[in-house]
Structure formats: structure tokens, C-alpha cells
Design a protein around this ligand. Structure first.
Ligand code: NDP
Length: 417
């Protein structure tokens, strides 16, 4: 019990509300959000497995052009649970998006999508194991076979693993530490390969989910040990076998934070390199603390039960999966979020402690729900342009795209044909 009391404040601080808004914009409620600003019943984060890397191939599906019709096309990675699942559902329910659920476990994703009531003919599951460069390439091949020459309107890089309890590193198929490999490098490769498909769309968006835990100007990212720090990038530059980006020994909680810093740096670097040339919007977001998702799957049962309650009623940083999904979808469809290079957040009720309301007999006024979308500030460490450029080049090399990087530096924006 004493351990629990000591641990919770630090975990809570790691995930509390974003910094104050720089720019305020009007909130627009999507069809789902309108239903969900009501009180939600808290549940426990699922006890999911973190399975080994499975890069088996899927036979390509075709004729997507006919199925998709006049709708826009969006890809969401990690759409089999949590933020990605609810974000993809929110987009699919709008009616003007056809959604590709890019998931490592196709069977599970198909089952979950049915259970969640995705509208008929609004989605297709395509296999994508982010812990394997070959699987990412196979996904891109299958996506192109499915969609044909039509453009890709949105790419949402959402999937992630968080492995704070691992004493030793796990590695991807290509030999990279798992959090960095899945959260950053797998998505980095996918983004690079799909750049030409995005470029073909008018007003295309590439959204990479960030986190305050990678942001050193917040309590969660800056004060809670360990801090994200890419150091001299010697680990990332060293290639397969390195345990951490900075070349130091493995530290699971820091590896997640480092990968999130890379996610947020990638958005800014891609914005600087490609926004003016391609018109693609590159953005990141912090959706709030979604304390019930599978991200906390490695945590023990007592943690998964108490964490949502604590985040909702004590720190006020909690947001439901449904509302967080609406927030993710908003960065894809809302004209307000068309601005590139931005790190979006929502100014909900976070940091407000819940109060018992005797008239209703319930706790009210807590939770990071509601509020308006705003342009949050990147932390100085994620804004460091020279580290971002070095991280970008090291990531291109890690993904086997060194030559493409040179071609692009020479002005060509072609993909790797
Ligand atoms: P979940 O664990 O619920 O979802 C993670 C998704 O990623 C799952 O669909 C999972 O697939 C998928 N995934 C994991 N590993 C791989 C892999 N190797 N290849 C392909 N897909 C994989 O977590 P969340 O929904 O909470 O997290 C989603 C995003 O939100 C992450 O980027 C996270 O950093 C971010 N975030 C979350 C916060 C929170 O409070 N939860 C706060 C801030 C940011 P499967 O179903 O097969 O396991």
C-alpha cells in the first residue's frame, strides 16, 4: 500500500495536463463527441499481451477504388485498441472518410471493429507489424494494391508500445530497441514511403501522435524521472543492437519517452523539409491521459484499476477513449487543424480536482475532457533543430533510406521506386 501511495503521484504527474494555450480556436464537436461529453463510466485498462514480432505476409486485397468511392482515404496505425481504434471509428462514423486499419493482428482488429460497430463498408484491415521494416514495406505495397492510383488523404501514426517494466530490451526484427523501433522507426519508414501518395492529395495530413511525456516543458515530461534525452544520438547512429538512442544501457520508461521525442521532432523536421514543397500538413497531438488503454497493459492489475480513478478524480488529466478518439479524428478532418508543424492539445478541465456533489451523489468537475483545441508549445528539447536534423538523417539510414535522403536533398520528391 505504501508503495502504491508513493508511486501514484509520480505516475499521475507523468501524464497530467498540457501547458497553457498559445492560440485558442473554436471547438467543433464531431458526431461522436457530442454524445460523449456526458459522464462516462470508468473501466480498467485491458490485460493484453505484448506478442512477439510477427511479420508474416498478408495476401493483397484489391478493388479498393470501387469500395472507397468519393470518400477520402485515411490510414490509422494501431487501430485495434485505445486511441487508434476510437480515432478510426470517429472518422469512419463521419461518412466522408474510408479508413484503413493498419494493425499487426488482423484477426483481432477485424473482431474488435465488428464489436465496436464500425459502419458497413467504412474500413478495411491491412496487416502492418511496425517492428519489422519488411512488414511496413509489405503494408505499403498492399495499400497501393488496394487503393490503386488514388491519393492518400491522411496518415495517422498512432501505434505504440510502452515497456517500463522490462529489465532487458526487446528488439525488433531489424535489431532496434522495441519502443524506438515500433513507435518511431516503423512509422518513420511508413511516412517516408507514403510521402508521394500523400503529396497527390489536396490538403493531405500526416499526424504523428506525441505525448507530454516527451515534452520537457511539462511536469510529466520534465520533472518526472527519467527525462527524455537523445544525447549525441550515438545509439541511433550505431544501428542494430544499441539499447538506447543515446548509446547508454536500456531503461524502458526512458526508451518510450525518447521515442515520443523522435515522433515530435519528426513532425517538425518533415514540416520544415516538405510542407512548402508538397502542401502536406504535418502535425502532432497530445490527446489527454487515456488511462484505460492497452498502453498500460504491462502494468499490474491493481495499477490498471486505480490509475483511471486517480487520473480522473485527483489530477483531472483523464479523458475517455471515445473523446480522445474524437480529438485524434479532429486533427484529420477539421479545417482548423490544417496548419502544419503544430502540436495540438485540448484545454479541458485537467488539473482540476474532482469535488463531491451531494445533490447528485457523484464526483463532478474533474477530467481533461471538453475544452478547445489549441496550438501547444513544443518543448525546447523537441524544438532543437540541429538534433532534429541529425535524428532525421540517422533514422533515414536506419530505415535503409540513405540514398533517398540524398535524392530528396537534391530537390526530387519522388518516392523510392
Ligand atoms: P494501446 O496499447 O491501446 O494501443 C496501441 C496500439 O498499437 C494497439 O493497436 C497495438 O496493437 C498497436 N501496436 C503495438 N505494437 C505494435 C507493432 N509492433 N506493430 C503494429 N502495431 C502495434 O495504447 P494507446 O491507445 O494509449 O496509445 C496510442 C497512442 O497514444 C500512442 O502513440 C501513445 O504514445 C499515445 N498516447 C497515449 C496516452 C495515454 O494516456 N494512453 C497519452 C499520450 C499519448 P495490438 O492491439 O495488436 O496490441
Amino acid at each position: 500500500m505504501a508503495r502504491l501511495i508513493l508511486l501514484l503521484p509520480s505516475l499521475a504527474l507523468a501524464l497530467v495536463a498540457p501547458a497553457r494555450p498559445l492560440v485558442r480556436t473554436t471547438t467543433r464537436l464531431s458526431p461522436l463527441q457530442a454524445e460523449t461529453v456526458k459522464e462516462v463510466k470508468l473501466k480498467q485498462a485491458p490485460n493484453l499481451e505484448s506478442p512477439p514480432v510477427d511479420s508474416s505476409k498478408q495476401a493483397p486485397k484489391v478493388n479498393g477504388g470501387i469500395v472507397i468511392g468519393l470518400r477520402k482515404l485515411a490510414v490509422v496505425t494501431g487501430a485495434s485498441s485505445g486511441l487508434g481504434l476510437y480515432g478510426a471509428l470517429s472518422l469512419a462514423k463521419r461518412g466522408d472518410y474510408y479508413v484503413i486499419l493498419a494493425c499487426r493482428n488482423v484477426e483481432r482488429a477485424e473482431r474488435v471493429a465488428k464489436e465496436m460497430g464500425f459502419p458497413a463498408n467504412s474500413y478495411t484491415v491491412l496487416k502492418c507489424e511496425l517492428g519489422s521494416f519488411q512488414s511496413v514495406r509489405d503494408f505499403v505495397f498492399n495499400l497501393r494494391a488496394f487503393k490503386g492510383p488514388r491519393p492518400l488523404d491522411a496518415l495517422v501514426c498512432n501505434a505504440a508500445v510502452y515497456l517500463p517494466a522490462d529489465p532487458k530490451p526487446r528488439f525488433t526484427e531489424d535489431g532496434y530497441e522495441m519502443s524506438m523501433g515500433v513507435n518511431h522507426l516503423g512509422h518513420f519508414l511508413m511516412t517516408q514511403l507514403l510521402l508521394p501518395d500523400l503529396q497527390k492529395a489536396k490538403g493531405a495530413r500526416c499526424v504523428i501522435v506525441g505525448s507530454i511525456t516527451g515534452n520537457s516543458n511539462t511536469i510529466g515530461g520534465g520533472l518526472v524521472y527519467p527525462r527524455a534525452d537523445l544525447g549525441d544520438l550515438s545509439g541511433l547512429k550505431a544501428g542494430p543492437g544499441a539499447e538506447m538512442a543515446d548509446g547508454k544501457p536500456f531503461f524502458g520508461a526512458k526508451a518510450y519517452k525518447d521515442s515520443k521525442v523522435c515522433n515530435m521532432m519528426t513532425v517538425q523536421e518533415m514540416h520544415r523539409r516538405f510542407n512548402a514543397k508538397t502542401g502536406i500538413t504535418f502535425s502532432s497531438l497530445y490527446p489527454g491521459c487515456i488511462a484505460e488503454t492497452g498502453l498500460f497493459r504491462e502494468k499490474r492489475g491493481w495499477f490498471r484499476s486505480i490509475f483511471p480513478v486517480f487520473m480522473k478524480y485527483v489530477t483531472g488529466g483523464y479523458v475517455s477513449e471515445t473523446e480522445a478518439g474524437d480529438r485524434l479524428a479532429q486533427t484529420v478532418w477539421d479545417p482548423v487543424a490544417a496548419k502544419s508543424g503544430v502540436y495540438w492539445s485540448w484545454n479541458g478541465n485537467a488539473q482540476q480536482v474532482g469535488l463531491y456533489d451531494p445533490s447528485s451523489g457523484s464526483v463532478k468537475g474533474a477530467g481533461g475532457s471538453g475544452g478547445e483545441i489549441f496550438e501547444n508549445a513544443y518543448s525546447a528539447s523537441t524544438k532543437d533543430e540541429s538534433t532534429a536534423a541529425a535524428m532525421y538523417e540517422a533514422s533515414m539510414a536506419a530505415c535503409g533510406l540513405g540514398e533517398l535522403s540524398q535524392k530528396r536533398a537534391g530537390g526530387s520528391l519522388d518516392g523510392e521506386q
